[in-house]
Design a protein around this ligand. Structure first.
Ligand SMILES: Nc1ncnc2c1ncn2[C@@H]1O[C@H](COP(=O)(O)OP(=O)(O)O)[C@@H](O)[C@H]1O
Ligand SMILES: [Mg+2]
Length: 226
């Protein structure tokens, strides 16, 4: 039934009773409660460097919101190294960049997924100038349109310290979640990310501690906190 999704990485879908899935649900609940007066609807995941778990976390978080019945759009805004389509085994022939250049209406480009309530907009063709097109008026118009159609819009992004794209996207998001990889992310890098986001007046909702090995099992868990 779920043969089209990457079974080992979309754990929130294929093994929703696991402790990792429970951690994703806790993250979702915390996000929902962090904005009672000012609901958080557009959220981006960021981290200092590549390989820290942004894509894995955002994909599972999107699944978790969809399981809750929220109409969810997952957008691959990592126009440097797109990978969300690989996790969901979808074609990336057209995607965000096509929607930005109005090649097609975004409604025609968005993928439905095997998961009810979850839609996916892959990155599309890699452009030569990602920062520029992400800061375009068209991009903010698209986000406004998505807000009409979806309850939650989640963005995957490239590493924040490497390129300006994450900072640009943070201005379009109600909230930002920082992924930190245990044993890899340097304290100084995480601090740098937080101070850049603070400078941009982004609302940092919390951090996810990825890859933390637990003594009792060989798995991983996600921590959450301010
Ligand atoms: N909690 C985890 N447990 C095991 N492997 C993980 C976990 N988080 C990420 N990975 C793996 O680490 C690699 C990098 O993760 P990814 O989500 O692509 O990071 P990023 O998007 O930050 O570059 C991937 O191969 C992914 O499957
Ligand atoms: Mg990634």
């Amino acid at each position: 039934m779920y043969r089209n999704v990457h079974e080992s990485k979309l754990v929130a879908h294929v093994n929703s009773s696991s402790s990792l899935s429970e951690a994703y649900r806790t993250l979702r609940t915390n996000i929902m409660f962090s904005g009672i007066d000012d609901p958080v609807r557009t959220i981006m995941l960021t981290s200092a460097s590549p390989g820290e778990g942004k894509t894995t976390t955002v994909a599972n978080l999107a699944v978790t919101f969809a399981h809750e019945g929220k109409k969810t759009l997952l957008v691959d805004a990592d126009l440097r190294k797109p990978s969300v389509h690989i996790m969901f085994k979808k074609s990336n022939r057209s995607g965000l960049t096509d929607a930005l250049f109005k090649e097609n209406p975004w409604q025609e480009i968005v993928h439905e997924t095997e998961i009810e309530h979850l839609h996916l907009l892959t990155a599309g063709i890699i452009p030569p100038n990602p920062s520029e097109i992400l800061s375009s008026r068209r991009m903010s118009e698209l986000v406004e349109e998505w807000r009409v159609h979806y309850d939650v819009i989640l963005f995957d992004t490239p590493p924040l310290l490497a390129v300006a794209d994450g900072m640009i996207l943070s201005a379009l998001c109600d909230g930002v979640i920082l992924v930190i990889k245990s044993g890899k992310t340097k304290f100084t890098s995480a601090r740098k990310v937080l101070s850049q986001l603070e400078f941009a007046k982004a609302r940092v909702l919390g951090t996810v501690l990825n890859n933390k090995k637990r003594s009792k099992d060989s798995g991983y868990h996600y921590g959450y906190g301010q």
